[in-house]
Design a protein around this ligand. Structure first.
Ligand code: NDP
Ligand code: HSE
Length: 443
């Protein structure tokens, strides 16, 4: 029988994810030891309330409310508490004592990542975070290791399961946003307070992490442009379907050059966008996540799977545990985060995308020409126009001017030019309403 060196593992948090980590670690400890080359001894589990019910059995003697003492003397600390504090302090304490740390805490990484990575580097420890983006889907290690020899051009991710579930219900079952959110809450996808999901905060944190990794540049969370899904209407989703698109909340990280200034940099942004139904991301249904990567040499890659869930997330945490244990066995310092490219972070105004704009207009001679002029005056090139004459106006037999709906697709235009165009459309006497403005991505 092989005698393994024993590594002391401390777990902070035994909620949805932490309890499953305990369960899998206790069930498969021998296998994980073989893969790691080290015994993995769970020395304790810190929680707030020792008597709280757990979703998996945890031996009572392992539970403690004294996280600080537990961290002391651990070789590897797994942080699954969530939130900024005390998670940040505990991770710093663990790293400063030389332990490797594993976390799934995207909010903390997006806010205090550089401080934590610096602390790890100072002592030669390593911070692992595979579960922080898209939970079970391996995406951190592929970006960090497998694609380290390539150049990433663009990442488009569906990285929030709750919003994907809601938008998918709107598309496939005809639910309104409110009723789809109610279903998501009933099924346990959405939190009691769903703000972080539907307002795009959760996706923005993940976009910051992905952009930092992909472009070797620290991208702080406050530099990620964020729009949630609360303004998406069932009418927009229906119109998208008829036009061959689906609405998805996308986290985008992209290398681009600002047209005006010529500055080469990075854009990180989150917004609902129209995705062609032929794009692989359009096939991501329900609460599933996917990350689509465009790399210079590797071409297009897509990573798909469960972006949430206790046991699914625990899988990624345990993968990190095996990596951390192997590193301990081999010895040597941890691999520092690569931020040496230090690219400029470009604002949303540097981005160019295609748009689809829906307008209510009066239906009379010269209207189309005057609208086309407004677009060209603002440097926005029209790609497609579709007009539908409103039935009510057609049959009204005179009186007020008859109405029509125009759906205008543009070629790639800058955010600034597009906003100016939308402003001018709103002021135009022939436009009765600007009913929808959505970006088109992935075509
Ligand atoms: P939960 O809220 O279910 O669990 C949190 C755990 O932390 C609880 O056991 C709680 O103790 C414990 N805890 C909270 N505060 C303290 C404290 N001050 N000291 C000690 N223990 C504390 O969270 P999740 O398991 O859902 O999430 C954990 C992390 O994983 C988060 O960072 C989250 O963003 C991330 N994540 C979660 C996913 C998911 O699907 N759930 C997916 C991907 C990432 P007690 O039980 O006693 O209250
Ligand atoms: N609330 C997140 C989601 C959980 O809906 O995807 C995983 O970060």
């Amino acid at each position: 029988m092989i005698e393994y060196r024993n590594l002391r593992v401390a777990l902070l948090g035994a909620g949805s994810v932490g309890a499953q980590v305990v369960s899998l670690l206790l069930q498969h400890g021998d296998e994980l030891a073989q893969r790691s080359g080290a015994g993995l001894e769970l020395v304790g589990v810190a929680v707030r309330d020792i008597d709280a019910p757990r979703t998996a059995e945890i031996p009572q003697h392992l539970l403690t409310t004294d996280a600080e003492s537990l961290i002391l003397g651990a070789d590897i600390v797994i942080e699954l508490i969530g939130g900024l504090e005390p998670a940040r302090q505990y991770i710093l304490q663990a790293l400063n004592s030389g332990a490797d740390v594993i976390t799934a805490n995207k909010a903390l990484l997006a806010t205090h990542g550089p401080e934590l990575f610096d602390a790890a580097e100072q002592v030669g420890a390593q911070l692992y975070y595979e579960a922080a983006v898209a939970a079970a889907i391996p995406i951190i290690r592929p970006l960090r290791d497998s694609l380290a020899g390539d150049r990433i051009k663009r990442i488009m991710g569906i990285v929030n399961g709750t919003t994907n579930f809601i938008l998918d219900r709107m598309d496939t079952a005809g639910d309104t946003l409110e009723s789809a959110l109610a279903v998501a809450t009933d099924l346990g996808y959405a939190e009691a307070d769903p703000t972080a999901d539907i307002e795009g905060f959760d996706a923005a944190q993940k976009a910051a992490i992905l952009a930092s990794l992909a472009f070797h540049t620290t991208v702080p969370i406050d530099r990620v442009h964020r729009e949630g899904i609360t303004a998406v209407t069932i009418e927009q989703v229906d119109a998208a379907r008829k036009a061959g698109y689906v609405v998805k909340l996308l986290a985008i990280a992209e290398r681009l050059t600002d047209r005006e200034t010529g500055i080469d940099g990075v854009s990180a942004r989150v917004y609902p966008a129209l995705v062609p139904r032929s794009h692989p991301l359009a096939a991501v249904h329900g609460a599933k996540n996917a990350v689509f990567i465009e790399a210079e040499a590797a071409g297009d890659l897509m990573f798909y799977g469960a972006g949430a869930g206790g046991i699914e997330t625990a899988s990624a945490v345990l993968g990190d545990l095996v990596s951390a244990a192997r590193r301990h066995v081999i010895g040597g310092p941890g691999v520092a985060e690569s931020t040496d490219a230090n690219l400029t972070i470009l604002p949303i105004s540097s981005v160019t995308t295609r748009y689809q704009i829906s307008l209510g207009v009066v239906d009379q001679p010269g209207v189309l020409a005057s609208i086309a002029t407004l677009f060209s005056e603002h440097n926005v090139s029209i790609e497609t126009v579709e007009q539908t004459v409103a039935e009510q106006a057609e049959s009204s037999g005179g009186g007020s001017a008859p109405g029509a709906t125009l759906v205008i697709g543009t070629h790639a235009a800058s955010e600034a030019d597009l906003s100016a165009t939308v402003q001018a459309l709103g002021d135009s006497p022939v436009v009765t309403s600007v009913t929808s403005v959505l970006r088109v991505e992935g075509s």
